[in-house]
Design a protein around this ligand. Structure first.
Ligand SMILES: Nc1ncnc2c1ncn2[C@@H]1O[C@H](COP(=O)(O)OP(=O)(O)O)[C@@H](O)[C@H]1O
Ligand SMILES: [Mg+2]
Length: 262
């Protein structure tokens, strides 16, 4: 089966530093794929290359949305990548703290609307109808994420775990077929992590593919269909959770580090 995301030999240099070194990775429709590795391995850089924040030094980024032709993502600006159906969250929460929960989701939705700035200023009837649709769609997403009862709360007043969920809600509002999550469980307590596990699985069951950067190995092992392991920008292993758990190179590079830091 053709992957929906096919990354070939992705290489990213920052001056003299090679953050990614010929890294290849595939995600298939309906899969949860994890990207793991020690801090500084290049995981966030990988997301930044796919989503148009960085321009890769080398390599191909190929996206095949369901039922559509393959498209090269290389050189596309972040908003254009989002329009292709790829949405992401950030390692450091990026919400609008002084806007409500609902408004934060509506902002994600706006990338899918027709009226844009002209309509926002002059507000012809079509725009008002569109605005109502956006509100309804955004409320539906909040319901799914379990935040509907907090819709009118300021984002900054949400507990940490809920802010992370809100980021996912905003990404979903762009109507993606694939979601990239950068350490969604970071800073969550065990109960919040458990709920996140369920949420990610639900999103997958709704038909989205998910590429997940995460340090919580219990979460990764529990929900991933396949796992890619990077160290110093290079892929050192790929396989099922069972294969990864017993891979000596992974134990040395990744789990070894975990033990050292414990
Ligand atoms: N904009 C940048 N300029 C220079 N170096 C960068 C930049 N972004 C990332 N790096 C470097 O790339 C390497 C990988 O970083 P990163 O992708 O954040 O790792 P991870 O997410 O796996 O912890 C690090 O050495 C980091 O310092
Ligand atoms: Mg990172």
């Amino acid at each position: 089966m053709q992957p929906i995301l096919n990354v070939q030999n992705l290489t990213m240099d920052f001056g003299g530093i090679r953050a990614l070194d010929h890294l290849s990775l595939q995600v298939h429709s309906g899969e949860i794929v994890a990207l793991i590795g020690p801090n500084g391995a290049g995981k966030t850089t990988f997301f930044n290359c796919i989503t148009g924040i960085y321009k890769p030094t080398k390599g191909d980024l190929l996206l095949t949305p369901p039922g559509k032709k393959t498209k090269k993502l290389n050189g596309l600006k972040p908003n254009k990548v989002t329009e292709q159906g790829l949405a992401r969250t950030f390692q450091n929460i990026r919400l609008f703290p002084n806007m409500t929960v609902l408004e934060n989701v509506m902002i994600g939705r706006h990338c899918r609307t027709r009226s844009k700035i002209f309509g926002a200023i002059f507000r012809p009837p079509g725009t008002r109808r569109e605005e109502e649709e956006i509100i309804q769609d955004s409320l539906d997403i909040l319901k799914k994420i379990g935040l509907a009862q907090l819709a009118n709360e300021y984002a900054k007043n949400l507990p940490y775990g809920a802010q992370r969920r809100l980021e996912i809600a905003r990404a979903l509002a762009t109507n993606p077929f694939m979601l990239l999550l950068d350490e969604p469980a970071a800073g969550m307590n065990p109960q919040e992590t458990l709920e996140l596990d369920e949420l990610i699985t639900t999103i997958r069951d709704d038909g989205l593919a998910i590429l997940l950067i995460e340090h919580d190995m219990k979460l990764v092992m529990n929900i991933s269909d396949s796992i890619f392991v990077v160290d110093y920008g290079k892929k050192i292993a790929e396989g099922s959770p069972e294969e990864i758990a017993k891979n000596p190179a992974v134990i040395k590079a990744y789990l070894g580090e975990e033990i050292e830091h414990a």
